[in-house]
Design a protein around this ligand. Sequence first.
Ligand SMILES: *[C@@H]1O[C@H](CO)[C@@H](O)[C@H](O)[C@H]1NC(C)=O
Length: 407
Amino acid sequence: MRSSCVVLAALVALAAYYIYIPLPSSASDPWKLMLLDAAIRSIVQVSDLIHYLGLSHPLLAMNFIFVSLGKKSAWSARVKVTDTDFDGVEVRVFEGPPKPEEPLKRSVVFVHGGGWALASAKIEFYNELCMEMAEELNAVIVSVDYRLVPKVHFPEQIHDVVRATKYFLQPEVLQKYSVDPDRIGISGDSAGGNLAAVLCQQFSQDVNLKKKLKVQALIYPVLQALDFNTPSYQQNANIPILSRHFMIKLWVAYFKGNEDFVQEMVVNNHTSLDEKEATALRARLTWTSLLPASITKNYKPVVQTTGNARILQEIPQLLDVRSSPLIADQEVLKHLPKTYILTCEHDVLRDDGIMYAKRLESADVEVTHDHFEDGFHGCLLFTKWPANFAVAIQTRNSYFKWLDRNL
Ligand SMILES: *[C@@H]1O[C@H](CO)[C@@H](O)[C@H](O)[C@H]1NC(C)=O
């Protein structure tokens, strides 16, 4: 009896040790966030173990676990759901209920997040989000199931999203779904926000496209790979659910690069001063002037005099505007449509979003920037028990409200 008590106490202590991480008290439901983080950490560790045993690519294993946990599907009698393909790219189409006074519907092409490697339009989180969006906005939502790492790498994910969207924009396809060609937007969260932003830049430059997108809505988007020491990267390096280390690992995997570079990229050794092209591009994200003092606080830029030249030699894609839309020319930004950007305080990507909002404003684009002081990366997805957070409902409401007013 006594020994089992000791074992139990030891197990409880061990579990508490595993689960506990220091979190800022301003985060939404910090205890729940700790549990969510522990759950995700254990999935990552199991995936690493599967990889170690030589059974699978770690990202494939992780995605398999995520997808199997999220199979159960939300369902609404008012939304018609169809799985099909647009020019060979898998999509899930959600057709919301029509409004009596409007024969044609609005539409959003939605690009899910997951570091270009994880999740799908079909998992519960995204299925439920798009279902709700279709119902609330009386809209047609096209959720794109682009191919993922390690099956394909940069820039294939972009090609898939572009191909599916171009197919959808054809008059006969829009007609089939009763969509108003003048009221179509692009949106995405996290890495999906990255793909959405890149697509939007390409479409606004494309002279062959007759119809332009009306809006873009970017939810805590990933927008640059040049500086992993913005104030938000420094402040939130170890905040769930996205650590700086894991974000850089996802970037390197997207480019099929050497994972040994991750540690060096943490200190910006890929964009040191002796890299002339990188230094010129980093000037476009000079956060000491782009960000307000309330954000920069006492954080100092991390600029190495010399770094490791091999990183850019092997992964030149790190400086490609198709991976880092934040470094686009002012000339390109100028032509972008009305934009919504949502950022969260407790997120390494916070400053990517804030800087993009600032650069777009300087290029005379109409921008709405919504910032959530208690938000964390990914929070918009967590509306359902047991992983339900107050900030999930708040972020989702603002996002839908903006779309409703502007699309
Ligand atoms: C970054 O590069 C410098 C110069 O090559 C090197 O001394 C340093 O060890 C590198 N940092 C890391 C974390 O590898």
